[in-house]
Design a protein around this ligand. Sequence first.
Ligand code: 13P
Ligand code: SF4
Length: 402
Amino acid sequence: MAVSLVVPGVRSVPVVEEQASCVPEEGTGAYDLLRRYGVTPQRQPEIPREYFKMPQDEREARTWEYRRQLGDRLVILGHHYQREEVVQFADFRGDSYKLSQQAASRSEADFILFCGVHFMAESADILRKPHQQVILPNLSAGCSMADMAKIGDVVDAWESLHDLGIDGIVPITYMNSAASLKSFTGENGGIVCTSSNAAKTFDWAFERGERILFFPDEHLGRNTGVKKGIPLDKMVVWDPFKPLGGNTPEQLQNATLILWKGFCSVHARFSVEQIEQARRDDPNVNVIVHPECRLEVVQAADMDGSTEFIIDTIRNAPDGTNWAVGTEINLVKRLAMEQPGKTITCLDPVICPCSTMYRVHPAYVLWALEHLAKGEVVNRISVDEETKRWSLVALERMLSVA
Ligand code: 13P
Ligand code: SF4
């Protein structure tokens, strides 16, 4: 049942009793946008209910047993936003960048089980060795931000810009995008970035052109542009529902950075009011946020960076320090558990996990491993060869600059 929470200085926000039913896409309007796009997320076929109903300790014991049987033939990668009950099985944890490095280098394993979301498993499939197979435990674990840029719309934008005679544009796609967009980027002289290397990919792009078309995250693009000294009046937003993205030809001619209108529904929830409240509650608090947050939130915070940066910064801070963190709750909770000498809280009073990351329930992990132990691959993620060719170019460019 939904109730309302009123925190001084913070607008009234819905609170739900069960954490699993707190869906950031509803609060931020992402679902409305995706409906306009006509996006139908991939569906996971039902798996037997017994995997969900069995006691947690039995499920964990069986999962560990299959994991042991599969030995070095299997590597499990886990993103930091995965829940504890899942990430415990990961051989490697990381942010998107670290996990893509792992996917490219774990050549001894035949199978890569990716506990993360669809675009991450696709990237692993692009980077894997020929004998390897990539598995995503739940096929419906997508990413609403990745779904906000569709290849047809990006190609239309690219052609409209060229029709206006605007040259020297280098496309950069955030890792959080479909393989088709990575392929488009590779084929058109561009590069992939993650939140930990976006600034370096901007340098790479400006060595090759005068402007950047950045998709799908408007906010990471703008935050990186500001860090690179690009004035805000040299940035425009491209709304795929409007002619010329909602811009005049002159605005586009003048732009150094063209930002796709897309966002992360988890990070879009963080606000300046939440930061002000955190500072009223504790004047000594350090505020650290992810660069998928809006510019005003990043500017109001004490620091910002990728999930890996957030982890390193808090781990290296002395005991007795206090942290208000603007990123996904599973990571914040894990940090708080691992660092008992520090006070670590989430900036958002409504504690919402990334709803798509959360779809990787431990039941799917057991189901996938049980089949694998019997020699059956379920939920294989397979990018077609043509898409792979250019996506690999764009991903390898990223791995070489960072
Ligand atoms: P990083 O893993 O690059 O920090 O990105 C966060 C994220 O939103 C992943 O989906
Ligand atoms: Fe996508 Fe945001 Fe979830 Fe990352 S945290 S998977 S960007 S919705």
